[in-house]
Ligand binder design. Sequence first.
Ligand SMILES: C[S@@+](CC[C@H](N)C(=O)[O-])C[C@H]1O[C@@H](n2cnc3c(N)ncnc32)[C@H](O)[C@@H]1O
Length: 270
Amino acid sequence: MLEGDKLFAGSIPENYDRYMVPLIFDPFATDLARRAASFAPRAVLEIAAGTGVVTRALAPKLAPDASYVVTDLNQPMLDYAASRQAPDSRIQWRQADAMALPFEDAAFDLVCCQFGAMFFPSRPSAYREAKRVLKPGGHFLFNVWDHIKENVFADDVTNALARIFPNDPPRFLARTPHGYHDTALIRSDLAEAGFSDVVIETRAEQSRAPSARLPAVAYCRGTVLRTEIEARDPGKLDAATDCAAAAIAARHGSGEVAAKIQAHVIVAVA
Ligand SMILES: C[S@@+](CC[C@H](N)C(=O)[O-])C[C@H]1O[C@@H](n2cnc3c(N)ncnc32)[C@H](O)[C@@H]1O
């Protein structure tokens, strides 16, 4: 991971929530919220909450006397999440780095995290923090994207951009969001942090959009890929988006498009 890969700021929060969330994050948020609620937790911590797609799905499923602390490294993402959430006295918003959580030991029944672990420079450090703040027997529930080849639009966009920037292709998507898919490594990182009871399930969903242009806009403007494209040539964002849209249309058609997305869902018991 490069240092800039964790910077979700500027226009990214709005474009991320508008385009990326419906495209690939919504179905997995529904799944994570359902699994989280099945543990009937009273004290919940969410890390790397982004613009709050899981928070919106999970809050209605929690008990009236539950407490729900929602955190992210980047304050602009959290601000966006808070602006979209209905008033809820159970929710507390707090900026926090997953690797240095500002909470007491054994404070939570459940720690959940959707598609955040890939951005942590040291996963064992973040997992140790999750274990520290969990009560004994509490659950650490999170998901990570599978290999980019199992996530078709992300792969299409990455291949298209390699044609525009052949000497220095922007590899953010393959490097970071899709760079932590090895389940043996995930298990060993969790073991290093002290988790012994771990279940991993691989889950496929369909990513759907009204046109080929939408996934191109989502990936090129609603992720750190935008920063990578602009760093190479600030004038080429439109051309890069057009090229990605043309590649998706060539493969998936010019009307509604749909393609596979796949992730690993992990439950570890503290
Ligand atoms: C792909 S987004 C996922 C956001 C949200 N969970 C969702 O499903 O839409 C990754 C998130 O990780 C956050 N992040 C990156 N590094 C982090 C860290 N060290 N600690 C906490 N959050 C971090 C980013 O700010 C971003 O909001």
